[in-house]
Design a protein around this ligand. Structure first.
Ligand SMILES: C[S@@+](CC[C@H](N)C(=O)[O-])C[C@H]1O[C@@H](n2cnc3c(N)ncnc32)[C@H](O)[C@@H]1O
Length: 238
């Protein structure tokens, strides 16, 4: 995958119509429970404005809106086709008035400082070319003290079951994904997980970006990590 395609959403345009189904199969259905933990970590209050970056087909945005009927959610993603699937889901769930999906890039957000109460990004930061810049943008647009949560896959290195989890990510995911989707995008998924920083290293990047770490939770044998932080306002300088 070339730098030009990465972060543009182009790769996801190609698999948008199969994305949700593949997600459920590849994660063996646990992806939605990881999103539920993220929703809880956001500490959404009545009337809150929540930003969901790399929203894709809107699964997390929808969960937030359904869990908190008084909040408003804005989802941002560069993939037009993923957003198209997301908008159809919003219509079906009658959430179109509380959830807005916009085309955009996590590295440069068209929002004023402090315009959201909390923000999240699920399985998306891996795809953002300049991750620290994306994190700085999250720190900037969330009011001081508001939650910023990152949900991301990782290759588990410790624990009795970590070899099995690694085997699943390295061998099963790309093959199953390629077979089910008929495209090679799922090889990129495995490669990008392997290339992602270690959890502690990524948490340090979040701090550098102007976020204050609250906790780092390893989920399902460490296959996925939930990074919970607070904005300190402004985001760190580039
Ligand atoms: C694996 S999907 C995750 C979608 C959704 N958050 C979920 O939980 O299913 C990754 C998403 O990241 C988006 N993406 C890629 N580059 C991006 C960028 N620079 N800024 C924001 N989103 C980006 C892709 O278009 C894709 O929809």
């Amino acid at each position: 995958m070339t730098e030009a395609r990465m972060g543009s959403g182009q790769m996801f345009d190609n698999i948008a119509d199969r994305y949700d189904r593949l997600n459920r199969i590849i994660s063996m259905g646990v992806d939605q429970s990881w999103r539920r933990k993220t929703v809880a970590a956001l500490q959404v209050t009545d009337g809150a404005r929540v930003l969901d970056l790399a929203t894709g087909t809107g699964d997390l945005a929808i969960q937030i809106a359904e869990t908190h009927p008084e909040c408003k959610v804005v989802g941002v993603d560069p993939s037009v086709n993923m957003l198209k699937v997301g908008r159809a889901k919003l219509d079906a769930a009658q959430l179109g008035r509380r959830v807005t999906l916009l085309e955009g890039d996590a590295q440069s957000l068209p929002f004023d400082a402090g315009s959201f109460d909390s923000a999240c990004i699920a399985f998306g930061i891996r795809n953002v070319p300049d991750r620290e810049r994306g994190l700085r943008e999250m720190a900037r647009v969330v009011r001081p003290g508001g939650r910023v949560c990152v949900l991301e896959l990782s290759e588990p290195k410790r624990g009795l079951l970590s070899p099995f989890a690694r085997f699943h990510i390295r061998q099963v995911v790309p093959r199953l994904g390629a077979w089910l989707s008929g495209s090679k995008e799922y090889r990129y998924l495995q490669e990008s997980i392997a290339a992602f920083p270690e959890p502690e290293e990524f948490a340090a990047m979040m701090e550098r970006a102007g976020l204050k770490m609250v906790s780092l939770e390893r989920l399902t044998f460490g296959v996925c990590c939930l990074y919970i932080a607070e904005s300190q306002g402004g985001g760190a300088a580039a």
